[in-house]
Design a protein around this ligand. Structure first.
Ligand SMILES: Nc1ncnc2c1ncn2[C@@H]1O[C@H](COP(=O)(O)OP(=O)(O)OP(=O)(O)O)[C@@H](O)[C@H]1O
Ligand SMILES: [Mg+2]
Length: 261
């Protein structure tokens, strides 16, 4: 048990204890959150989370059920719940901590929530067009169809009648159709068959090659670790590991303790 309790001890220097001015790569961070604390009413959930992301990097944000992953993404996207009480969040030199959700979205935050939120009664194409109703506009609809040919084939089909995997593709596309600087994916593989997961993984690889900066939250940690360059592990609302994905894959004890895999 003693060993188990200390599975992350050897990594504790990877978690910054003072506000960094440079990212781990020695460049000013493209995205950073510093000591963010967020609450649902009285419930104190995000307890001093700090990390940064370099431009073009994919970071996996991992942790057990209830560790605070979704809450952290929601705090970054500046949704009302959980409420951000203190801390700083910066994206491309803009202070998100001073913004509301719509402003953060305009500043380039693109959250793809777990439930996908495809709009009922609208076709695939209408869902995409709706995303482009206000600037800043990102990818063209034709470019989206190049990335996801299946959506192109189904452009006139009602979005909610798509398969789970196709709905996930639509949810991601709708975000890319806006001008996104940081893509936040909350459990994109959830509820999908392994073959569909592989298909979406390949697309995320393509998106990565295009240089899209991404934070991916996934229960399927192994899949996320293969996609991501870096991993951050949360436990009880705090960062317990920040390092290479490969180090998590190589450390069975760390995975067992914090990811239960
Ligand atoms: N709306 C809410 N009101 C109060 N507490 C909440 C709310 N949403 C989440 N919580 C609590 O916050 C904690 C973190 O939840 P969160 O959803 O961020 O975890 P998670 O890491 O995303 O978990 P999962 O892997 O199950 O999605 C949990 O204890 C959860 O019960
Ligand atoms: Mg969650």
């Amino acid at each position: 048990m003693q060993n188990q309790e200390n599975a992350a001890d050897k990594y504790k220097d990877t978690v910054p204890s003072k506000k960094p001015t440079m990212s781990q790569g020695g460049q000013p961070a493209f995205f950073s959150c510093w000591d963010i604390h967020a609450y649902y009413g009285e419930s104190y959930i995000v307890q001093g989370v700090s990390f940064d992301v370099r431009e073009g990097e994919i970071v996996a944000l991992l942790g057990r059920n209830g560790a605070g992953k979704t809450s952290t993404l929601r705090a970054i996207a500046r949704l009302d719940d959980p409420a951000l009480k203190t801390g700083e969040i910066w994206l491309d030199h803009k202070p998100l901590h001073d913004m509301q959700a719509w402003q953060a979205s305009r500043a380039g935050i693109g959250l793809v929530p777990e439930d996908r939120r495809i709009i009922q009664g609208l076709t695939v194409e209408e869902n995409l067009k709706l995303a482009q109703i206000a600037p800043p506009i990102g990818w063209s609809i034709e470019r989206v169809y190049d990335l996801f040919p299946r959506l192109g084939e189904r452009r006139n089909q009602e979005g909610t009648t798509l398969s789970g995997g196709e709905q996930q593709m639509l949810a991601i596309s709708r975000t890319l159709a806006r001008d996104v600087k940081l893509l936040l994916l909350d459990e994109p593989y959830e509820g999908l068959a392994p073959v569909i997961v592989q298909e979406i993984e390949r697309t995320l690889e393509q998106i990565k090659k295009l240089g899209m900066t991404t934070i991916i939250v996934e229960q399927n940690a192994i899949a996320a670790l293969h996609l991501a360059d870096r991993a951050i592990i949360l436990d009880m609302g705090q960062v317990v590991f920040d390092g290479k994905s490969q180090d998590v894959l190589d450390d069975a004890e760390l995975r067992q303790q914090y990811l239960a895999i």
